[in-house]
Design a protein around this ligand. Structure first.
Ligand code: AHG
Ligand code: MN
Ligand code: MN
Ligand code: MN
Length: 338
């Protein structure tokens, strides 16, 4: 049987324990925190799979701080995540897309980390059965369990861990703790375990796909227009062929494809939304960290995303992310059109 069945599998928990062993100073707190994240993601995965059957599709009837109508699954995923994170005992407070203010953990359960998360990303897609996901970032708080919100309003480069889980044709968790390594795990539904299936993911320096909501192009600035025009109408000197367009409208799915195949994903600034749409703490920073650790870059057009410092927990930023050659073209377009 052993030639057909792998018996020595690398689960996410085993991976965390092995990393912990490699770093003698590690306390195991991150391993426990990640167990909470795993439980949260498995719960959301299971709800997404049966949403249509148990009447979980549609609106919850509330609006969140961003002025978006919350879906039932936005609300449920948020509650599940908050509870899983609190019970891990490793977080002092958290930031969720779906909660106006920070969520402070009861004193007896506080730890030295903060987690920022988008419990259900791409929720406008959910009723059509299109891929959605969860995005999260983990931060070490200098003052530990007594930390205040200003300790999270720091440059993105301070992030300790970034990850996302995509609920698609399979359930995939992609994670980085820095060290230039990004690992991908696939949920084995029979085992209920995330298994390492994509070790050491590297983003190709140049891809063939661009991913942006082109319906906003009327409002784009000259640099953004020039850049996307250059992908569709490449100059003969560039030697490039026109790029293909792919846009799902779930950041997790669009970034996951960009990470694996290369190319560019963007949510740029435009005349209607000066800071773009994506939220710094729980969308842009974790994704920028993953892309950089996989060998790519994430920029606003002008500056590195991970150099930004948010002023408020729900602040937004423009973002272009992808491989190094694609990002050099973005930078050149901004340099030539400002
Ligand atoms: P969320 O569902 O968490 O509010 O995030 C939606 C985001 C992101 O997933 C996606 O990249 C973007 O919104 C799509 O926005 P447009 O519909 O404006 O293209
Ligand atoms: Mn939303
Ligand atoms: Mn989102
Ligand atoms: Mn969301």
């Amino acid at each position: 049987m052993t030639d057909h069945h792998k018996t020595n599998i690398m689960t996410l928990t085993r991976y965390m324990l092995e990393q912990q062993r490699k770093h003698p100073e590690a306390t195991g707190d991150l391993t426990i925190a990640m167990n909470g994240v795993q439980v949260g993601c498995k719960f959301v995965e299971s709800c997404v799979r049966k949403a249509r059957l148990v009447n979980l599709v549609g609106l919850a009837g509330n609006t969140n701080v961003q002025g978006e109508d919350q879906k039932k699954l936005d609300v449920l995923s948020n509650e599940m995540f908050v509870n899983a994170m609190m019970s891990s005992g490793k977080f002092a407070f958290m930031v969720s897309e779906e909660v106006d203010d920070i969520v402070v953990v009861p004193e007896e359960l506080r730890g030295k980390y903060c987690i920022t998360f988008d419990p259900l990303d791409g929720s406008s897609n959910i009723d059509a059965g299109v891929n959605v996901g969860t995005i999260f970032g983990i931060w070490r708080l200098p003052s530990g369990p007594q930390a205040t919100v200003d300790e999270i309003l720091v440059p993105g480069s301070e992030i300790v861990a970034g990850g996302y889980c995509m609920y698609g044709s399979s359930c995939n968790m992609v994670l980085t703790f820095g060290n230039n390594s990004v690992e991908g795990f696939t949920l084995d539904p029979a085992l209920g375990e995330f298994i390492l299936t994509h070790p050491n993911i590297r983003i190709p320096p140049r891809g063939k796909i661009y991913s942006v909501n082109e319906g906003n192009s009327l409002y784009w600035d000259d640099a953004t227009k020039a850049y996307f025009d250059s992908l569709k109408f490449p100059s003969p000197e560039s030697g490039l062929k026109p790029y293909s367009a792919r846009y799902i409208g779930s950041m997790v799915a669009d970034v996951h494809r960009t990470l694996l195949y290369g190319g560019v994903f963007a949510y740029p600034s435009d005349r209607k939304s000066r800071s773009g749409k994506l939220r710094i703490l729980y969308e842009s920073f974790p994704m920028a960290f993953i892309i950089e650790q996989a060998g790519g870059r994430a920029i606003t057009g002008i500056e590195r995303v991970l150099d930004l410092v948010p002023k408020h927990i729900h602040d937004r930023c423009p973002i272009f992310l992808g491989g190094t050659d694609d990002m050099a073209d973005v930078e050149a377009a901004f340099a030539n059109n400002s």
